[in-house]
Design a protein around this ligand. Structure first.
Ligand code: ZN
Ligand code: ZN
Length: 143
């Protein structure tokens, strides 16, 4: 269940982040698939670095330390000035998910990265960016 009563929306499970991402993208880039980030080790908690101007993000697994760019972020990373994403509560470990808006032809149009704080449940969407090339099938699984 999403709790909207406080200053920030909070959720108790990843499904709440999915709902949140559908709501925040509804008026701009309506989310189709929402894919949960999962590390190769099976870990699902990450710290996140993001550059909202450049439009890229990468996650670091809190279990094994493996670093992975989200979607096509590796291509823009060298030009980015990423900052660590931090929850208002001070925590920096999140469940993360990627909301994907699709064009009519099925190509990816927009990427929105969402986070749910493991400590307090606050939901956020710290970075999103446009995809303006094709094909984009590889992005559908690069959460
Ligand atoms: Zn891992
Ligand atoms: Zn928090």
């Amino acid at each position: 269940m999403i709790d909207k009563s406080g200053e920030w929306w909070t959720g108790s499970a990843f499904d709440d982040l999915v709902t949140y991402l559908r709501e925040v993208t509804a008026d701009s880039h309506p989310a189709g698939p929402v894919v949960q980030s999962t590390c190769e080790c099976g870990g699902r908690l990450f710290t996140l670095e993001a550059d909202a101007d450049e439009g890229c993000a990468r996650r670091t697994c809190t279990s094994c330390g493996r670093v992975a760019p989200i979607a096509d972020s590796a291509e823009y990373w060298d030009d980015a000035e990423p900052e660590a994403v931090q929850c208002p509560c001070g925590e920096d470990a999140f469940e993360t998910g990627v909301a994907i808006a699709l064009r009519e032809d099925g190509d990816v149009r927009w990427i929105t990265v969402g986070v749910r704080c493991v400590a307090c449940g606050v939901l956020g969407a710290p970075v999103d960016w446009k995809i303006d090339y094709s094909p984009t099938d590889h992005l559908l699984t690069a959460a």
